[in-house]
Design a protein around this ligand. Structure first.
Ligand code: F6P
Length: 341
């Protein structure tokens, strides 16, 4: 045989055989895969789809929704509702968790249907992020508390990046694999098996316009990087900021780097900027599975016990040695000078 391509459906079936699964996970992933391919198609049509503008509404976080945000959320809800595989879903765009009608599913899906949506309309990469949790035995999926599980309990997590090519990156706790959408056959193909984040890096990503709000450990880290060859690090660093977490994490998976959106003096009253359950947790799971680290500042993100569905957190993730260094800077900082979420 000369044909060597492993498609995502084939990969899932092989994993199912290898791990002796029941096929439920394969069904869940099939839903997500179809959803993301549909969203990819809408994103790819760009202005021709007529969905680049504002929807005239705000989401639960008070952010202005773009038409594509609303459409991507609808596609997720429709697919998961119709398949009957899910006990319930929670979305960045919905105030309350949504219970699938007539479902006997045992899994919960948490998602950000379109992350980085400030990039819609300017043809820069956006993405979808998802996290899968088990519905605890005997629990009621209508009870919001069932979603408040720490990230270490995730069954699987992933994202799809709608970039120059569309890629789906997935972990179920056995490493990280990346699949590229082959538009000719309409299927994701395994192109990046066992993705690993380099331990060291010369790149960091942060929104530098927020410098005046930063906590001391972030000031210290960035100051040292900016000092380059003449500073204590004795080497040069590059800054990158796409304002799309999916694109940022994807770059880090491909070639290393650090992404920082800390709790700062400005966002502390809201608990930070990024959402814990459907942004930070799935990304932290992927990053750790690829050998990197993900912390909120003092804490490992995956250990945070959530109190609210739309809870926010600080996020510092990426190459192991750099994130551990930033963690040490937090440990060495004077606690009373740090912004409290
Ligand atoms: O809301 C999430 C998000 O769009 C991330 O994808 C991105 O990393 C960040 O916010 C961008 O934030 P800012 O608008 O401060 O650049």
């Amino acid at each position: 045989m000369t044909y060597r391509r492993i498609t995502l459906p084939l990969f899932l079936v092989q994993e199912q055989r290898r791990l002796g699964g029941s096929g439920v996970f394969t069904a869940l992933m099939t839903d997500i895969c179809t959803t993301c391919k549909t969203i990819s198609n809408e994103v790819n049509r760009g202005a021709m789809a007529g969905t680049m503008g504002y929807a005239g509404s705000r989401n639960v976080q008070g952010e202005e929704q773009k038409e594509l945000d609303v459409l991507a959320n609808d596609i997720f809800l429709y697919m998961t509702d119709q398949s009957g595989n899910w006990a319930g879903v929670a979305s960045e765009e919905l105030e309350d968790a949504y219970i699938s009608r007539g479902s006997d599913g045992r899994y919960l899906l948490l998602f950000d249907p379109l992350d980085g949506s400030s990039n819609i309309g300017v043809n820069v990469a956006v993405g979808s992020i998802f996290s899968i949790l088990r519905l605890p035995e005997g629990a009621d999926p209508a009870d919001e508390r069932v979603y408040l599980q720490p990230g270490v309990r995730q069954v699987a997590a992933g994202y799809t990046i709608y970039g120059a090519s569309t890629m789906l990156v997935l972990t179920s706790g056995q490493g990280v694999n990346g699949f590229t959408l082959d538009r000719n056959i309409g299927v994701f193909v395994l192109t990046h098996p066992n993705m690993q984040i380099p331990e060291d890096t010369g790149e960091y990503a942060i929104n530098a316009s927020r410098e005046r709000h930063w906590p001391a450990p972030i000031h210290r880290y960035v100051r040292e990087c900016v000092a380059g060859l003449d500073g204590p690090r004795g080497r040069s660093f590059n800054t990158r900021w796409i304002a799309s977490m999916v694109a940022e994490v994807h770059r880090i998976l491909m070639r290393g780097g650090v992404f920082m959106y800390p709790v700062d003096r400005d966002n502390a009253p809201r608990g930070g900027h990024l959402r814990l359950l459907y942004e930070a947790n799935p990304m932290a799971f992927i990053v750790e599975q690829a050998g990197g680290r993900a912390i909120s500042g003092h804490e490992r993100i995956l250990d945070i016990v959530p109190e609210r569905l739309h809870q926010r957190t600080g996020v510092i993730l990426g190459s192991r040695n750099e994130v551990e260094r930033i963690g040490r800077y937090y440990a060495e900082a004077e606690p009373e000078k740090l912004p409290v979420a």
